[in-house]
Design a protein around this ligand. Structure first.
Ligand code: NAP
Length: 240
C-alpha cells in the first residue's frame, strides 16, 4: 500500500497537507517533533472523515533519530511503502545577520535543509525500487528572493531548491518526481507574530494565504496527473 509521509504534519501547512492527502486516499504518516496534542488533532481530523493516519514522532534535524524511526517503520510494514514524501517541517529564527547567533544559523539550517536531506535519503531507496514516488519540498519565496532578517532561512530554503533540482535529475527515469512549493505569507503559527495589516500592503493579492490553498497545490503535485512535472519550484504567494 502507498503511504504519504508529511514532516511537521501536526500544525499549519503540514496539517492541511495531511488532510488533503488523506482525502486523496492515502494513509498518512503524520510526523511531529514536540507537539503530540496538535498531531493528535490532525489524526482525528483525518479519521473523522474516514481516512487513515498514524503518528510518527522524530526530530528531522536529528539524523540518527530520523533514520531509526523510518527504518523501523519500513521494517515493520514490509507490504507498504512511502510513495509520497512532503518535506514540510521548518522553523524560522529571524535576525539581521550582524546580530545573528551561531545557534540561530545552525538550528534553521539543521531543521529545514538537513532535515530534508535526512528524511529524503531514508525513504528514497524504497521509492527507487518501486519505481514510483512523489517528493514535494516546502521552501519559501524567501529562498528565491531573499528577505531582510532571514539569511539563515533564505540560505536553507535556497539549499533545498538546489537539492530539489539535482535530485529530480537523478530520479526522473524511475518515475519519481521532485518539486518544491514556495509559499509567500501564509496564516499559521509561524507567521502569527507578523503584522498582517502592514505586510498585506506588499502583497498584490492584499491578503495572507491559507494553509489549505498550499495543500491543494501539494495535492496536485502528488497526483498522477503531475507525473511530467519535475525539478520545478512553484510559488504560491498571491503575486508577491
Ligand atoms: P508552523 O505552523 O510553525 O508548523 C511547523 C511544523 O513543523 C510543526 O508541525 C512542527 O512540529 C514541525 N517541526 C518543526 N521543527 C521540527 C523538527 N525538528 N522535526 C519535526 N518537525 C518539526 O509552520 P508552517 O507555517 O505551517 O510552515 C510549514 C512549512 O512551510 C515550513 O517549512 C515553513 O518554512 C514553510 N513556509 C511557511 C510560510 C508561512 O508563511 N507560514 C511561508 C513560506 C514557507 P511540532 O508541532 O511538533 O512543533
Amino acid at each position: 500500500m502507498k503511504f504519504a509521509l508529511v514532516t511537521g504534519g501536526s500544525r499549519g501547512i503540514g496539517r492541511a497537507i495531511c488532510i488533503k492527502l488523506a482525502q486523496m486516499g492515502y494513509p498518512v504518516l503524520i510526523n511531529y517533533n514536540h507537539n503530540k496534542e496538535a498531531a493528535d488533532q490532525t489524526k482525528t481530523a483525518i479519521e473523522t472523515n474516514g481516512g487513515k493516519a498514524h503518528l510518527l514522532q522524530f526530530d528531522v534535524a536529528n539524523q540518527s533519530e530520523t533514520e531509526q524511526v523510518l527504518s523501523a517503520w519500513i521494517e515493520n510494514n514490509p507490504d507498504d511503502y512511502i510513495a509520497i514524501l512532503v518535506n514540510n517541517a521548518g522553523i524560522r529564527k529571524d535576525n539581521l545577520m550582524f546580530w545573528m547567533a551561531d545557534s540561530d544559523w545552525q538550528n534553521v539550517i539543521d531543521t529545514n535543509l538537513n532535515g530534508t536531506f535526512f528524511t529524503t535519503r531514508a525513504v528514497l531507496k524504497y521509492m527507487l525500487s518501486k519505481k514510483f514516488g512523489r517528493i514535494i519540498n516546502i521552501v519559501s519565496i524567501s529562498g528565491i528572493n531573499g528577505m531582510t532578517g532571514q539569511v539563515n532561512y533564505s540560505a536553507a530554503k535556497a539549499g533545498i531548491i538546489g537539492l530539489t533540482k539535482s535530485l529530480a535529475l537523478e530520479t526522473a527515469k524511475k518515475r519519481i518526481t521532485v518539486n518544491a512549493v514556495a509559499p509567500g505569507f501564509i496564516e499559521t503559527d509561524m507567521t502569527k507574530d507578523l503584522n498582517q495589516d502592514v505586510l498585506k500592503k506588499t502583497i498584490p493579492a492584499e491578503r495572507f494565504g491559507k494553509a489549505e490553498e498550499v495543500a491543494e497545490l501539494v495535492g496536485f503535485l502528488a497526483s498522477d496527473n503531475a507525473g511530467y512535472i519535475t525539478g520545478q519550484v512553484v510559488a504560491i504567494s498571491g503575486g508577491l
